[in-house]
Design a protein around this ligand. Structure first.
Ligand code: HEM
Ligand code: HEM
Length: 220
């Protein structure tokens, strides 16, 4: 029965999710190893993915849209007390955690653009920023990562709770798009829209990076 049903999570939503899952630990590792040549590209990738996911939240398939899973405080409260209406996609609490995760990922990657290791590598917008902004972005880059560590841990714990204790097929749906008891209702938005969006976002980022000023050498 499920085989012909529309997907719950369309291809762009799934590809973005699993690419972020791969890029985030690699970003951490590359910073630890001071491989900023890699760190930079991983960070740009996460930034493009996050921006595309946010835009997809407005034009993507039904269950990937913010309007499908962002609900007011009373609905979240009802869910917490076990009195909420059953949701097909993200539950009311999960919906807001998606917003928080995406915001932290955006903060992390944007602050990196203004960051420096004070030795050999500076983000592309470092020389655009005032001293105050550079300092702030340095702090944001550290704090956002701590926030991400905490939130991702909670996220994985919550997924495990639903997956193993409540026996809901969350992971299967995030891999295959749908699972028993978890399917969409409408045909998905064309996946290639997301490819076009990613190309356009990457182009704008490249354009900004090309135009950003580099260090000024005083000819002593
Ligand atoms: C780097 C770590 C991770 C980050 C930043 C992350 C982030 C996210 C985000 C933003 C979403 C919302 C998806 C969307 O609507 O676009 C999501 C959903 C989801 N994630 Fe992750 N995730 C991470 C790791 C994992 C891991 C390791 C698993 C598997 C155990 C996982 C399983 C899921 C599942 C099953 C959903 C869908 C939840 C639902 O059905 O409501 N995530 N994640
Ligand atoms: C998902 C995106 C990113 C993640 C998870 C991430 C993570 C990290 C972590 C964990 C550190 C070490 C902690 C610290 O010293 O602040 C770090 C340092 C750094 N990152 Fe990122 N980063 C990301 C994106 C970027 C981007 C896009 C750039 C610039 C192109 C960048 C530039 C830097 C620099 C220059 C440092 C060294 C800071 C220092 O030595 O104090 N990061 N990053």
């Amino acid at each position: 029965m499920i085989a012909g049903a529309p997907v719950l999570w369309d291809i762009p939503t799934r590809v973005i999710h699993w690419m972020i899952v791969v890029c985030l630990p690699l970003s951490w590792w590359s910073a630890q190893e001071q491989r900023y040549d890699l760190h930079k590209w991983l960070g740009y990738t996460v930034l493009v993915l996050v921006i595309v996911r946010v835009l997809w939240g407005f034009i993507g398939s039904r269950h990937s849209r913010f309007s499908d899973f962002l609900v007011g405080p009373s609905a979240v409260w009802a869910y917490l007390r076990g009195r909420g209406a059953a949701s097909v996609g993200h539950n009311p609490l999960g919906g807001w955690s998606v917003v928080l995760l995406l915001s932290l990922l955006a903060l992390q990657s944007i602050s990196g653009l203004f960051n420096t290791d004070d030795i050999l590598f500076s983000g592309p917008f470092y020389y655009w920023a005032s001293t105050e902004l550079r300092d702030t972005m340095g702090v944001v880059h550290q704090w956002a990562f701590d926030g991400l560590l905490a939130l991702v841990s909670l996220h994985v714990l919550a997924v495990c709770y639903h997956q193993f204790l409540r026996r809901e097929k969350l992971v299967q749906a995030m891999v295959a798009g749908r699972a028993d008891g978890r399917a969409g209702k409408l045909a998905p938005a064309p996946w290639w829209w997301a490819v076009l969006l990613a190309g356009a976002v990457a182009l704008v980022l490249w354009w900004l990076i090309e135009r950003a000023p580099g260090p000024v050498y005083l000819g002593f």
